[in-house]
Design a protein around this ligand. Structure first.
Ligand code: CP
Length: 324
């Protein structure tokens, strides 16, 4: 049984295999007919208990490009509102003949529970759980960095050794930050987190990264700067930072972007809150890869689905419990 639950489960070779496979999938997207027959006759269920635009739609696009049959489940409007559990929901869907489950859930650990409980037999792919992990986001971010900083062909077989990546903002609530720290470390990059002291998680000193509170001093040493959204929906209203104060200290505007090396990327997983963590000027600049990251997400998700369901390659991942 093979699953993708956490970026921390991936070895360097697993991750490079996924990135290289995604390069092959990206070439499919450039063809007039953007489909492969790989998953014909297989059914993938997208189980979304939390809102999503990019992840949900790009998984669906990836599944369709691999010719899978797709079942979309959204908790809103379902029998979850009547009290149905995750176990009963998943078993109900599997009874309809599901070969893999993609799950997003607000509870950290829900995908791990689904993968290891014995409730269902299908492989499980984590599409984001609470503040824990979002492994396909980290993979698409690494794919974007490798393509831009090394090149699509030159990057094949390569990791991100020696690249300096800065992740800025609400690290406390960010599964994107956790997944990226894990994966970028595995790929040999040096990661620095920059956040207000109130948005730095307890225990961050055990993470494989540096922490700074001074964005301006870190920017000139960065090959990529990843901006994070302040996740108000996961905060007590009393702790909301004011937009003006937050953007003054931790927002990326044109003046700050000018402090970055010319080759350095501005990244954002989306959704962006323009005016808070990033100005419109920066978001719309040629250095911002936010839209490219979305396109790359389809290739990465095709690669993960292919390796889990369609290929004979080594396991993409098996779940581990140590970072839930
Ligand atoms: N980046 C990301 O996970 O976006 P969505 O919440 O829109 O899927």
């Amino acid at each position: 049984k093979r699953h993708l639950i956490s970026a921390a489960d991936l070895t360097r070779d697993d991750a490079v295999l996924i990135l290289d496979t995604a390069e092959e999938m990206a070439r499919v997207a450039d063809r007039p007919i953007k489909k492969l027959p790989t998953l014909r006759g297989r059914t993938v269920c997208n189980l979304f208990f939390e809102d999503s635009t990019r992840t949900r739609i790009s998984f669906e696009a990836a599944e369709k490009r691999l010719s899978a049959d797709v079942i979309n489940f959204a908790a809103k409007g379902s029998s979850v509102s009547k009290g149905e559990s995750l176990k009963d929901t998943a078993q109900t869907l599997e009874a309809m003949g599901v070969d893999a489950v993609v799950i997003r859930h607000s509870a950290s650990g829900a995908p791990y529970r689904l993968a290891t409980s014995g409730w269902i037999d299908a492989p499980v792919i984590n599409a984001g759980d609470g503040t824990h992990q979002h492994p396909t986001q980290a993979l698409l971010d690494a794919f974007t960095m490798r393509r831009r900083l090394i090149g699509p062909d030159a990057g094949l077989g390569q990791d991100l050794g020696g690249r300096r990546i800065t992740i800025v903002g609400d690290v406390l609530h960010s599964r994107v930050a956790r997944s990226n720290v894990d994966l970028l470390h595995t790929l040999g990059a040096e990661v620095t987190l920059v956040a207000p002291p109130t948005l730095v998680p307890v225990g961050v000193e055990t993470w494989p990264c540096e922490v700074s509170y001074d964005l301006d001093s870190v920017l000139p040493k960065s090959d990529a700067v990843m901006m994070l959204r302040v996740q108000r929906e996961r905060m007590n209203a009393a702790f909301f930072p004011t937009e003006r104060e937050y953007s003054r200290r931790y927002g990326l505007d044109g003046d700050r972007m000018a402090r970055m090396p010319e080759h350095a990327l501005v990244m954002h997983p989306g959704p962006m809150v323009r005016g808070m963590e990033i100005t419109a000027e920066v978001a719309d600049s040629g250095r911002c890869t936010a839209v490219e990251q979305v396109a790359n997400g389809v290739s990465i998700r095709m690669a993960v689905l292919y390796l889990l369901l369609g290929g004979n390659e080594p396991a993409v991942s098996s779940p581990r419990t140590d970072r839930t």
